[in-house]
Design a protein around this ligand. Structure first.
Ligand code: 13P
Length: 247
């Protein structure tokens, strides 16, 4: 199975999200070896989920609160998203960590809340340019993984990891596929310290229609998490069509 996930971030308002979702819902994606999921804003979630209901496209939020319900201003819980049809949830995206100051401890709580609710958390990890240049990449990733996976009770649920190097996000400076292959292999080994189950690992960071196959050809790369290129039909549909051609 190859996963093509589109993170619309805060690029689209409600009207734009609805237009794009309708355009994508009109396309027919028939490859049963591919799972497509869209992560719209909280604002557009309900509308987009309704548009994709009954299609093969799954949906999920870009972030969740870790409490189910109550006096948590600004929060939306996994339970509430599940109720609207969410299957996945992004957790710990680098923009949440670096722009909004989310900590490893908060990421852990959010992952647990998703698992408790039956959402599949997509745990985003990645190192900064400075950490990479100083040779601290594995150290940073190891720490992020440990905080989430150590003594984590999956309760029979599923979990995924997205490797998104911070320096590759929105920069056009995509991670070299050979380098991604190495680091994905390392992450897969690292995860064996915690669980016996197969954890799909997605790559994210400047994925486009013309480089997507370079990643998905690799056995270590189970999917891609696409930002900017997923926010336009002209780029997201060709990206998916390119993936349909790999066999
Ligand atoms: P870009 O594809 O715009 O680099 O964003 C990647 C990303 O952050 C997906 O979550």
């Amino acid at each position: 199975m190859k996963y093509i996930f589109g993170n619309w971030k805060m690029y689209l308002d409600l009207g734009e999200s609805v237009i794009l979702a309708n355009e994508l819902a009109e396309e027919v994606f028939t490859d049963d070896k591919m799972e497509i999921a869209i992560f719209p804003t909280a604002l557009a979630f309900s509308n987009v989920a309704t548009i994709f209901s009954g299609t093969s496209v799954a949906v999920g939020p870009q972030d969740v609160a870790w409490q189910p319900k109550g006096a948590y201003t600004g929060g939306v819980s996994p339970l509430m998203y599940k109720d609207l049809g969410a299957r996945y949830a992004l957790v710990g995206h680098s923009e949440r960590r670096h722009v909004f100051g989310e900590t490893d401890e908060e990421v852990r709580k959010k992952v647990e809340a998703c698992l408790d609710t039956g959402l599949i958390p997509v745990v985003c990890i990645g190192e900064t340019k400075q950490e990479k240049d100083e040779g601290k990449r594995e150290y940073r990733l190891k720490k992020q993984l440990m905080k989430v996976f150590e003594n984590l009770n999956l309760n029979g649920g599923k979990i995924m990891v997205a490797y998104e190097p911070v320096w590759a996000i929105g920069t056009g400076d995509a991670c070299n596929p050979l380098d991604a292959d190495d680091i994905h292999g390392w992450i897969k080994l690292e995860l064996k310290n915690y669980h016996d189950i197969e954890v799909p690992i997605l790559y994210g960071g400047s994925v486009k229609p013309d480089n997507v196959i370079d990643y998905l050809r690799l056995e270590t790369v189970d999917g891609v998490l696409v930002g900017n290129a997923s926010t336009k039909t002209e780029t997201f549909v060709p990206l998916i069509r390119a993936v349909e051609k790999i066999k």
